[in-house]
Ligand binder design. Structure first.
Ligand SMILES: [Zn+2]
Length: 65
């Protein structure tokens, strides 16, 4: 049973039960994570998915083979 979790932002151990901000230790860390999302830090690496569509620098690498 989970009683404590580590805050993903500041790594502080924080109680799981009765914690409105979980898995974060505080509302501040929750907002930091939220800001990271909106800034695109957690963006899905689309470059890996469509390498063929935008071959700006990858083109030279492939023609060398
Ligand atoms: Zn925290």
């Amino acid at each position: 049973m989970i009683s404590e979790v580590k805050c993903p932002i500041c790594r502080k151990l924080t109680p799981w039960e009765n914690n409105p901000c979980r898995p974060f230790c505080s509302d501040r860390c929750r907002l930091i994570d939220l800001g990271a999302w909106t800034q695109g830090s957690y963006r899905i690496p689309a470059k890996e998915m469509d390498i063929d569509l935008d071959d700006e620098d990858d083109e030279d690498k492939e023609s060398n083979n």
